[in-house]
Design a protein around this ligand. Structure first.
Ligand SMILES: Cc1cc2nc3c(=O)[nH]c(=O)nc-3n(C[C@H](O)[C@H](O)[C@H](O)COP(=O)(O)OP(=O)(O)OC[C@H]3O[C@@H](n4cnc5c(N)ncnc54)[C@H](O)[C@@H]3O)c2cc1C
Length: 514
């Protein structure tokens, strides 16, 4: 492999929602910024698996980074999501007391929220809770109403930030794991990946669950990241309206509790539980964990339509020890290495504010921030066939027949959307990447029908054999190899095989010739 040598003003390690938001914030200035991501796509870490809530900000201790950046981030959501064409709804949220003696807990949260600067907090009685949420448990005695809370799409925000950063000049390097950092005269100087060496003036560590390993590379050992697992149920869109806004129980010292919430895409979520694990890459769901999630969700909504679950998943919280708070600031003794580490919940909410805080810390550390006159804050939301009025659909089909070719039937995703996703400013090369950008494979059948078609489209658009298309990069190939070879006298490529199969049998045979 050719080793590319580069130089940068700032290297950001990790393209989750935090690293991508930081890269986008830095792209406002006349700087040479490189965003390095280990995985084949952005948003493949904790950013892809969480509750997707924009928290109001009453959970964290006053004065902590979490408290400050949560409230600030929450207030930034309407603007940043509008600029970047990302889904967001200001739903408000409820913390529900199911017993009289939990009302004291609501007062505690309200008072803490007021100290954190959360607007509009109010304790509301049973009748008002039922008006807001008709399917709530009859045991609900009251709730804390937080009108500034909302819901969003976490990976959409990360992708949008990375794309907007790329359009504004940031170099986004995927499949580029940082394997070493040189420190010279007390400063991080070279960031090393297997494919490149980047000479840099500053480094930002936004490596999520592995951020402590990046810190160790520059000699910082005063914190470690310990993973805490959270498991979920995701429910079909046909019961998505069962809950209107995020519903929390009264929290415990370890977790905000098991939430029932709508998603911006029209599904419903239940979860997460909270379980300390040793392995930073243990994303398995367990029968015991899911039973705990279900039991918690049923306490809030006893008539939850549990049979409508379409999948389960797990997210890993990056809990920094001993602090418990976000680790934000320079590594001791290495002033040009700035941490955005230990970003557990409410990290999604706080991400836009973390980006501003890191920008200011870089400036304090000596980075000149000269605004770029041509910075473009706007990233247009990609067109979605399923959301369009019929006349617009017809117009687009007239111009480009790929708009009339439905690939994912569950979510009505067309070939045009998939082709467009593959060629956006941050390239998308995997099935999971297509799912996160277009929802092809995110519906009830979870990609059972459209997976082979998406594989063929990626292969065609990238000019690679179908056997090289992966689910999520690395060795996660969809196809192991060919079981039949084309006849020697027939000039027929794999793409044509698939097209013919698709037309003949509606998709069932799409893998048959591969
Ligand atoms: C169960 C659960 C529920 C949550 N719910 C919410 C919520 O509702 N609202 C909210 O505000 N927050 C929530 N959070 C928190 C939120 O999801 C996280 O704070 C946020 O996603 C963290 O983003 P990040 O970019 O720091 O980390 P990540 O998304 O993990 O990104 C880190 C990136 O760094 C990359 N990386 C790691 N090592 C290297 C390396 N050596 N070289 C290059 N790249 C590297 C990784 O591949 C990854 O892409 C929840 C978290 C969990 C686990």
């Amino acid at each position: 492999m050719q080793l590319e040598m580069m130089s940068a003003d700032v290297v950001v390690i990790g393209a989750g929602v935090v690293g991508s938001a930081i890269a986008r914030e830095l792209s406002r200035f006349q700087l040479n910024v490189v965003l390095l991501e280990r995985q084949a796509d952005v948003a493949c870490g904790t950013t892809k698996a969480n509750t997707a809530l924009v928290h109001a900000g009453y959970d964290a201790d006053p004065g902590s980074w979490k408290a400050k950046l949560n409230v600030m981030g929450c207030a930034m959501y309407p603007r940043i999501t509008a600029e970047l064409g990302v889904a967001y709804r200001n739903t408000g949220s409820l913390v529900v007391a199911l017993e009289k003696d939990q009302v004291e807990g609501l007062r505690f949260l309200r008072d803490r929220g007021i100290r954190n600067g959360v607007p509009g907090l109010e304790i509301i009685p049973h009748g008002k809770v039922v008006d807001l949420e008709p399917n709530i448990s009859p045991a609900a005695v009251g709730a804390l109403w937080a009108p500034s809370a909302g819901i969003t799409n976490p990976w959409e925000l990360a992708i949008a930030c990375a794309e907007n950063a790329a359009v504004n000049g940031v170099r986004v390097l995927l499949s580029s794991p940082v394997i070493g950092i040189d420190v010279e005269n007390g400063r991080a100087s070279v960031v090393k990946c297997p494919n490149c060496l980047v000479h840099t003036r500053f480094v930002v560590n936004a490596a999520g669950i592995d951020a402590d390993e990046m810190s160790h590379m520059v000699g910082q050992t005063d914190y470690t990241i310990s993973p805490r697992k959270g498991e979920y149920y995701l429910y079909d869109k046909r019961v998505g309206g069962y809950v209107r806004r995020p519903l929390f129980p009264v929290p415990t010292p370890f977790s905000k509790g098991i939430v029932v919430a709508p998603t911006v895409d029209g599904n419903m979520l239940a979860g997460p539980n909270s379980q300390q694990v040793d392995d930073k890459h243990d994303r398995a769901t367990t029968a015991a964990g899911l039973a705990e999630v279900l039991s918690g969700a049923l306490k809030l909504m006893p008539s939850l339509p549990t049979r409508e679950s379409i999948t389960n998943f797990t997210g890993l919280r990056a809990v920094a020890k001993p602090a418990g708070d976000f680790v934000i600031g320079p590594a001791p003794g290495v002033p040009n290495f700035i941490n955005a580490a230990g970003i557990q919940s409410p990290g999604l909410t706080a991400a836009p504010a973390i980006a501003v805080a890191i920008r200011d810390l870089l400036s304090d550390a000596g980075l000149d921030l000269v605004e770029r006159p041509d910075f473009n804050p706007i990233r247009k939301r990609p067109l979605q066939f399923a959301e369009m009025p019929r006349e617009v659909q017809a117009e687009l089909m007239e111009k480009n027949p790929l708009w009339g070719h439905i690939i994912c039937r569950c979510e009505s995703v067309t070939e045009a959307e998939i082709v467009e996703a593959i060629h956006r400013p941050v390239p998308c090369t995997t099935l999971d990447g297509i799912k996160r950008r277009t929802r092809a494979g995110a519906g009830r059948c979870q990609g059972g029908f459209c997976g082979p078609r998406v594989t063929a489209i990626i292969s065609r658009e990238l000019g690679i054999p179908m056997e090289e298309v992966t689910k999520k990069g690395g060795l996660s190939r969809i196809l192991d190899g060919r079981t039949k070879q084309p006849l020697p006298d027939v000039e027929q490529d794999v793409e044509q095989d698939v097209e013919q199969d698709v037309e003949a049998d509606g998709g069932e045979g799409a893998l048959g010739n591969a």
